[in-house]
Ligand binder design. Sequence first.
Ligand code: 4AD
Ligand code: MG
Length: 464
Amino acid sequence: MKRTKVIDALKSVEYGKDINVKGWVRSHRSSKAVDFIALNDGSTINSIQIVVDPSVMDEEQLKSITTGACIGVDGIVVESQGTGQTVEIQCKNIVIYGLCPSDYPMQKKGQSFEYMRKYAHLRLRTNTFGAVFRIRHNMAIAVHKYFHDHGFFYFNTPLITASDCEGAGEMFQVTTKNLYNLEKDEDGKIKYDDDFFGKMTSLTVSGQLEGELGATALGSIYTFGPTFRAENSNTPRHLAEFWMIEPEVAFLEQEGLMDLEEDFIKYCIRWALDNCKDDLAFLNNMIDKGLIERLEGVLKQDFVRLPYTEGIKILEEAVAKGHKFENPVSWGIDLASEHERFLVEEHFKKPVIMTDYPKEIKAFYMKINEDDKTVQGTDVLFPQIGEIIGGSVREENYDKLVGEIERRQIPMKDMWWYLDTRKYGSCPHAGFGLGFERLILFVTGMQNIRDVIPFPRTPKTAEF
Ligand code: 4AD
Ligand code: MG
């Protein structure tokens, strides 16, 4: 008989109908007359209850079906006697696909997230991680839907690149070698072939520069792909491999860029509230009691638009009134996470788009304001998260851009293709990068970025 997914079985109202479901056992309880098995196949947070009359199978075999075991069940859809669900399955036959020995690491409920990270390959089978990764999927759909509906083209930028977009030198270098035919030098050291591309290449830290080539040809593009940073930050907000969404738009100026940032984030949050109801209700209940209220709250508010200089004034006033920050505050500093969170969580109590940063703390490509001190950056700062978006209007003037590249001693010969956008038919344009995992953190209420990507990469950890 054809398998029905648990999500569909639970919606079934045809009592008396034959059905087949397959999945992993979440729990197995025995009472005198019947056994109850909660079965989940990952299609939904909810498990379906299987009611087993012990006469349907050998007693020892039935007992061997413990938490984590994989089984198939033939049965009849019946009205549930228990609370919460309308449907359960009266079991006629069970097929055991895989038993699960008692050393199954995900057996106990309430294990810490830190413990579960050691079993990233098995934590996927728990309710919490099932919810998180279904939401992650839905957010990826929301990203594509938003941009497609707004006339943006999905544009793929290279993962292996010879340029450093952010100019921070935090790049993973690419080398080649044949793992099964290791050549060694006289000292016995493995010989690497660094000459595959004829120059040094790295994994991309941002698709923006190539994205600008797309935008200045197709008008509006977005990228959505893996991004790599060799920054040695062991924080709950940083990964060495994360996913970034980078829209880039021709003829867009600063106000329009901020409108796009705000509209896009709100769309994604609305999408989660509309399409991930069961998973969000579960996380709200189990992980973070204020989650849904917080998500709804963001939709009701206009984000604050705050020039950096005013932000610094607010922080300085807080210091004058006795607020203690670990990092000193003065014009020119790169805001620390404590500063960002003070502005968003304590001062304004809503998301902030911070604009017009000092040029010395931002990348070379940002449009320089008339004061020649600040640039048209537009970062979005979020409660719980800190910086969720980094964006800017781009410098479209060829001479100013070359001046900035020279001043920062960025090797000019590597930038000729980028400069061509300014040389030939240059146009005003702007864009931003949103860290996908930081968005998922906000939407799920999870606390650590390692828990919203299936297989996290952080310093000293690259399991699997
Ligand atoms: O602010 P960033 O460095 O901006 C750029 O890379 C621009 N080139 C983007 C653009 O304008 N197209 O990074 C953008 C966002 C950050 O706001 C943050 O959300 C995320 O990427 N991010 C990280 N997320 C997880 N782990 C890391 N190590 C991250 N570094 C940045
Ligand atoms: Mg940034």
